[in-house]
Write a protein that binds this ligand. Structure first.
Ligand SMILES: *[C@@H]1O[C@H](CO)[C@@H](O)[C@H](O)[C@H]1NC(C)=O
Ligand SMILES: *[C@@H]1O[C@H](CO)[C@@H](O)[C@H](O)[C@H]1NC(C)=O
Ligand SMILES: *[C@@H]1O[C@H](CO)[C@@H](O)[C@H](O)[C@H]1NC(C)=O
Ligand SMILES: *[C@@H]1O[C@H](CO)[C@@H](O)[C@H](O)[C@H]1NC(C)=O
Ligand SMILES: *[C@@H]1O[C@H](CO)[C@@H](O)[C@H](O)[C@H]1NC(C)=O
Ligand SMILES: *[C@@H]1O[C@H](CO)[C@@H](O)[C@H](O)[C@H]1NC(C)=O
Ligand SMILES: *[C@@H]1O[C@H](CO)[C@@H](O)[C@H](O)[C@H]1NC(C)=O
Ligand SMILES: *[C@@H]1O[C@H](CO)[C@@H](O)[C@H](O)[C@H]1NC(C)=O
Ligand SMILES: *[C@@H]1O[C@H](CO)[C@@H](O)[C@H](O)[C@H]1NC(C)=O
Ligand SMILES: *[C@@H]1O[C@H](CO)[C@@H](O)[C@H](O)[C@H]1NC(C)=O
Length: 646
């Protein structure tokens, strides 16, 4: 008996070893799922070696988590005793018939804690107890499963599925999508998926996504009819789309040296690579949704079209703006100073940069001489140069942000011109003869007394000869002890390389002063003022305007346009006189722009026409009857008979 027992014991072991895989086998789904609080039925069939004879019926045990009884895994079901682990009480039922090798198990009101591996152990009595190594992995879900494609792209049809397990007989879930408002023509298809081991109910939602759906949350709801069981799940759409809008600042103007911050706001998914260009030169690159370009200490070279280009792998788009850089005029570039001979024609060029384009204006010794042009260059042409053209020419460049000027000195070389101060006067010690002339280069003075066969120049010091130079004005003086018996006959000659001129100096009597008084207050004052002004004017004129080239100096130049048209053969002396009287500026510059007299402005707000102005001159004859002896330089005097009353 012992031997038999022993044999009996040994035999199954032998058979077991021999029969593994062929006879002790079980089938159950490897993976199953169900919704929490619903139920699950795990189909199960097992086999045991045909040589085994079950004693006292076929029994079975379901374990949770572990196949080895030695480790005391929770007992899910036990046919022999019906004693189960606490958490499975009243939940489990063997729906299969063990005698028919059907070990199908039902678990009701399943909880999340019941998710895991389930093992079956067959108990055929005696030592024929065997735990099958195959198990069923049960997954308990508390929400439906939403499947979406890896990439959802704008305008490309897409299908999302929501599924719930259908492994609880008699409880078929209903699966519904919600929050689908705004989707264009969504199509829903419900499918029953009957896999070998796992059945599912799935609802497929098909639609064509657009960028407006990016971030939209879609919901799926699972419900078991006639129960209170329902489950939900949400999914946020991630719709990829190319840069749709690239917003940049409006075109703008900024001052040189300022800081400008440009923004580029891109609507795209995912964030693009943002590239900034100035014209087609790359300045900045970054991967961002929005980008900021900071332009510090703005320079004119930074003016231009700024483009923000946004590129993600779905497409690219760009947008541009214009940044204008404003700046005050640069110091104008003008010709270098020139020395020129009278009678010739020169052109002076002036150009300056600025934004807006500066206006360019020429001034001569502080007086406006050209029309104002708003071009990059202003050319001043001075035709038929006379000594009057001599002076400091300033080109003023102005725009609303500032001003700057450039200077050119024009030095005119001209033949001597006598000044009216040239005369002889009776003084206490005798007679003094003064001879004044303007000329460049500085003329030399020579007195001649023809009756005495005498020539007096600076090398001759016997005759109290004196000469001085002030700018272009040279003054020569001699003193005679007494009036020659033959009458006074003094000639004065001024000469330089451009010519010479000789006049006879007339004797001016002391009486002359009385004469002035007699003429009248107005006339007398005018004569004196005239002489003082003459000396002052010439002195000043020849010193030239000493203006610095610095920019931004506010100034208020008199707006004077001369309407005096130069008569072809106008005498130089006449020109001087007009200047001395300060009646008006005599332009010797021929300006084509000045064809219309009506546009001219006169100094001190005078707006009379030229003809009207002429009427303001009073005649004063030096060689009048009241001055019988002073037949003063008739040739010159005839040119000086007009003095402006004003
Ligand atoms: C096992 O039992 C279940 C429940 O009674 C049944 O639905 C199933 O068809 C049976 N399996 C086999 C293979 O007979
Ligand atoms: C739900 O219950 C109603 C009656 O209460 C029944 O007519 C219907 O068939 C049930 N539906 C399901 C799916 O069981
Ligand atoms: C550009 O636009 C942004 C807002 O879009 C603004 O904050 C910024 O000041 C603008 N830059 C300039 C220079 O106007
Ligand atoms: C980009 O700019 C937009 C508009 O100003 C703003 O709504 C958005 O939040 C910004 N995005 C990032 C990433 O800064
Ligand atoms: C901006 O887009 C236009 C077409 O819209 C393209 O021709 C141009 O090259 C783009 N500019 C840049 C800098 O990418
Ligand atoms: C001034 O400069 C311009 C151009 O540089 C030249 O054409 C012109 O002859 C110059 N004028 C004088 C007087 O040098
Ligand atoms: C013009 O002449 C004045 C006085 O002679 C001098 O101070 C100034 O520097 C000169 N300007 C130029 C541009 O030569
Ligand atoms: C001056 O010279 C001329 C001839 O050269 C001569 O006739 C005349 O007498 C001279 N007069 C005097 C005052 O010397
Ligand atoms: C001055 O006159 C003398 C003759 O009287 C002449 O020799 C000399 O060259 C003259 N000097 C000048 C500077 O003209
Ligand atoms: C004065 O000029 C004339 C020509 O205009 C010339 O013949 C004469 O020699 C000159 N005289 C002097 C002193 O330079």
């Amino acid at each position: 008996m012992r031997t038999t027992t022993c044999l009996q014991f040994v035999l199954p072991v032998f058979l077991l070893i021999k029969g593994v895989g062929s006879q002790w086998t079980v089938w159950m789904p490897k993976v199953m799922s169900t919704m929490k609080s619903s139920c699950i039925v795990i189909p199960c069939n097992f086999q045991y070696p045909s040589g085994v004879r079950p004693q006292n019926g076929v029994h079975g045990i379901w374990y949770f988590g572990d196949p080895y009884p030695q480790k005391y895994p929770p007992v899910v079901f036990k046919s022999r005793t019906d004693i189960v682990h606490e958490s499975y009480k009243h939940r489990t039922k063997l729906v299969g018939d063990l005698r028919e090798k059907n070990c199908t198990l039902q678990i009701s009101n399943i909880g999340l804690e019941h998710g895991g591996k389930y093992f079956f152990r067959a108990d055929l009595g005696g030592s024929n107890v065997y735990t099958y190594p195959d198990f069923s992995d049960v997954r308990v879900l508390d929400s439906p499963i939403i499947d979406e494609p890896e990439e959802i792209i704008n305008e490309m049809a897409v299908t999302l599925s929501c599924s719930a397990p259908n492994n609880c007989p008699g409880m078929t879930p209903e699966v519904n999508w919600f929050n689908t408002e705004g989707l264009e023509e969504p199509l829903v298809t419900v499918k029953f998926i009957d896999d070998v081991d796992n059945t599912m109910v799935s609802s497929e939602l098909s639609f064509v996504p657009s960028y407006t759906h990016n971030g939209k949350e879609l919901g799926c709801k699972v419900h078991y009819p006639n129960t209170s069981l329902s489950y939900g799940s949400m999914v946020a759409l991630d719709v990829k789309y190319p840069p749709r809008e690239v917003e940049v600042n409006m075109s703008l103007e900024a001052m040189e040296g300022s800081t400008v911050v440009l923004h580029c706001i891109v609507d795209s998914n995912p964030p693009p690579l943002i590239t900034w260009y100035l014209f087609d030169v790359l300045i900045k690159e970054e991967e961002a949704q929005n980008s900021t370009l900071v332009l510090e200490n703005l320079q004119p070279s930074q003016e231009g079209i700024y483009t923000c280009n946004a590129d993600n792998k779905y497409g690219e788009k760009n947008n541009s703006l214009f940044v204008a850089v404003k700046y005050p005029p640069r110091e104008p570039s003008v010709n270098s100073s020139v020395t020129i001979q009278e009678g010739t024609t020169i052109t002076l060029h002036c150009s300056s940069e600025g934004n807006p384009v500066p206006t360019l204006t020429w001034f001569k010794d502080g007086t406006l001489v050209s029309s104002i042009v708003s071009e990059s260059q202003s050319i001043l042409e001075i035709r038929d140069i006379t000594f009057e053209s001599d002076g400091n020419y300033r080109c003023l460049a102005e725009n609303e942000h500032g001003r700057a000027s450039g200077h050119v000195n024009v030095t005119v070389q001209f033949a001597p011109v006598f000044l009216t101060e040239s005369k002889c006067t009776v003084i206490r010690e005798g007679i003094q003869c003064v001879c004044m002339a303007s000329g460049n280069p500085e003329p030399s003075v020579e007195f001649t007394l023809p009756d005495e066969n005498l020539t007096i120049n600076e090398t001759e010091d016997e005759f109290s000869y004196y000469s001085s130079t002030d700018g272009y004005v040279v003054t020569g003086m001699i003193k005679l002890k007494e009036k020659p018996p033959t009458g006074l006959n003094v000639l004065c000659t001024m000469s330089n390389v451009y010519g010479n001129e000789t006049i006879k100096l007339e004797l001016q009597q002391e009486k002359k002063i009385t004469l002035a008084v007699v003429i009248g207050t107005v006339g007398g004052v005018a004569v004196i003022a005239f002489i003082i002004a003459a000396v002052r004017y010439i002195g000043r004129n020849n010193q030239k305007e000493n203006v610095s080239g610095s920019a931004q100096q506010p100034e208020n130049p008199p707006m004077i346009y001369s309407s005096v048209k130069k008569e072809a053969e106008s005498l130089r002396k006449k020109v001087i006189r007009t200047e001395l009287l300060g009646s008006k500026f005599t332009s010797i510059l021929e300006e084509p722009y000045m064809g219309n007299d009506g546009e001219y402005q006169y100094p001190k707000g005078t707006s009379e026409s030229e003809q009207e102005q002429e009427l303001n001159y009073a005649s004063l004859q030096f060689s009048s009857h009241q001055c019988k002896e002073s037949s003063v330089q008739t040739d010159i005097v005839s040119d000086y008979t007009e003095i402006k009353r004003k």
